[in-house]
Design a protein. Structure first.
Length: 496
């Protein structure tokens, strides 16, 4: 039982309460300020938690309350290295998202920001849940607000695309729920601190102790993996993603592509590998083939895109595919690379979407063929764009290079041809990314770009934060390795 409020509780309940509050505030400017201020407080909490990472601070990072105890379920929140990394990403991303879109006019802003914060609460809950039923609860809590954010605000085809998104993710959730119940029925008995005895338990340690035959592991592996693969998404379960990103408001897309996709990778790390180690190793080659195929497929589609939002969407699929493939390579260097790359990808892809958001707001054009010469009108934006694009294609000294180098090293150890196929995708990424920069920012100024203006002081500050993060991680990534060192060690022991 908790005797004082802990870091994971604050990370979950602050956005939840602020989200509820936003629904009752009708002034658009006031609700924006409350949402931004709340996320800054949450960022401060997340940063403060990094100072309390040792075993002596266990009570600051873990708390258990009774919840459905006769079913063996608890409100068990815990922050390990992986959880702290991803809650920090979420806590940093949300202020950037709200700040970059601060001047965007949003209809029914109170509902929009309320749903955004509820979604944040769900995401945080996924990253800190140490109980399988609680994990599933927050998994759905993140999904439901996302559905309304995509369906109520966006482009003309948002209803159809959101329905497809919901069908995919809800089907994956149901499969995972079936898997959770099956594993629960194979967990050992548990006695609560008040003496209550239950035959089975949802707590994570009990799940890790579940006794499953190799055949049962194989079936359960696919039930869990499909849910995580849809969320990432991994080929061929990606078809909901490009249209959803294209039709949603860009701030919503930032949450989906910068943070929510990490829920799938996190699920593999926290639940899939430790629960089904034999099945994970047995099916690793199939998963890696799907991931590499998805990388190539997404990269080729990005090459032919004229729609800027879809280009960024397909680029994200390729990057996530690499992370998933590196995870299933199951060696220490690739897993360490994935840890730092999850954070770096979140920063870089949100930076890319910030560029899209600014261009949409200024020129209201998505087709790259209609843009050109923006460097003549917005030189500061051009500089920031080039730096973010270089990080996205993993130039040395940027954050993208650190994780991708380690992931490719691990993938090469697993199988050199998979690594070679992945390296081809890096070359393709450089081609379509730099061509995008040339087409939009250089050459003659197009009619659509004629009235373009440069970044203001406020926008420069937001972009500067992204650039600082890119180079800080690229030059000195050691704090991220230290933060996740213990989590990687435990994962490697459980996955073997």
């Amino acid at each position: 039982m908790g005797t004082f409020i802990t870091f994971p509780e604050l990370l979950v309940w602050l956005p939840f309460l602020a989200g509820i509050l936003c629904f009752f505030i009708k002034k658009e400017n006031a609700v924006r300020q409350i949402a931004l201020f709340t996320t800054l407080i949450i960022l401060a909490v997340s940063v403060a938690s990094l100072a309390y990472t040792g075993k002596e601070y266990y009570a600051y990072n873990n708390v258990v309350y009774y919840w459905l105890k006769y079913l063996g379920a608890s409100l068990y929140f815990g922050l390990d290295g992986t959880g702290k990394l991803l809650t920090l990403l979420t806590a940093l991303a949300y202020p950037l998202i709200f700040a970059s879109s601060y001047r965007k006019n949003i209809k029914d802003a109170s509902s929009y920001y309320g749903l955004m914060l509820l979604c944040m609460s769900g995401i945080m809950g996924v990253f800190v849940s140490m109980d399988a039923l609680l994990f599933y609860f927050f998994w759905e809590l993140a999904l439901i607000p996302a559905y309304f954010l995509c369906s109520r605000w966006g482009a003309e085809r948002r209803i159809q695309t959101t329905f497809k998104f919901f069908v995919y993710t809800f089907a994956g959730s149901l499969l995972m729920l079936i898997g959770i119940i099956f594993v629960y029925l194979h967990t050992p008995a548990r006695t609560f601190s008040d003496g209550t005895f239950v035959s089975h338990s949802f707590v994570i340690d009990s799940f890790y102790q579940a006794v499953l035959t190799p055949n049962q592991q194989n079936w359960m592996f696919w039930l869990f993996f499909l849910a995580f693969a849809i969320k990432m998404p991994v080929f061929p379960f990606h078809t909901w993603q490009p249209d959803t990103y294209d039709q949603s408001l860009t701030p919503t897309t930032m949450v989906l592509s910068g943070i929510m996709v990490k829920m799938g990778l996190f699920g593999v790390i926290r639940w899939l590998f430790p629960l089904f180690p034999q099945a994970s190793e047995h099916f690793s080659k199939i998963v890696i083939i799907l991931c590499v195929a998805g990388m190539v497929y997404a990269s080729l589609l990005a090459m032919v895109q004229d729609n800027l939002k879809k280009l960024v969407a397909y680029s994200s699929i390729a990057h996530i595919g690499l992370m998933c493939a590196a995870l299933f390579a199951m060696n220490e260097i690739s897993v360490k690379g994935v840890m730092v790359q999850m954070f770096s990808h979140g920063i870089n892809i949100i930076g890319m979407w910030m560029i899209v958001e600014f261009l949409e707001r200024k020129v209201n054009v998505r087709k790259m063929s209609e843009l050109g010469g923006i460097a003549n009108k917005a030189p500061v934006l051009t500089i920031f764009t080039v730096l973010i694009v270089l990080a996205n294609i993993a130039l040395p000294l940027t954050n993208g290079f650190v994780g991708e180098y380690m992931m490719f090293s691990g993938l090469f150890i697993y199988g050199k041809w998979y690594a070679i196929a992945g390296l081809v995708c890096i070359i393709l990424a450089a081609v379509y990314s730099l061509r995008m920069v040339r087409q939009i920012f250089y050459g003659e100024t197009s009619p659509a770009s004629a009235n373009m203006t440069d970044l203001g002081i406020y926008e420069k500050l937001v972009f500067t934060i992204v650039i600082v993060a890119i180079f800080m991680i690229g030059i000195y990534p050691e704090p991220f390795f230290e933060l996740t060192k213990e989590a990687v060690k435990i994962l490697m022991l459980k996955a073997i």
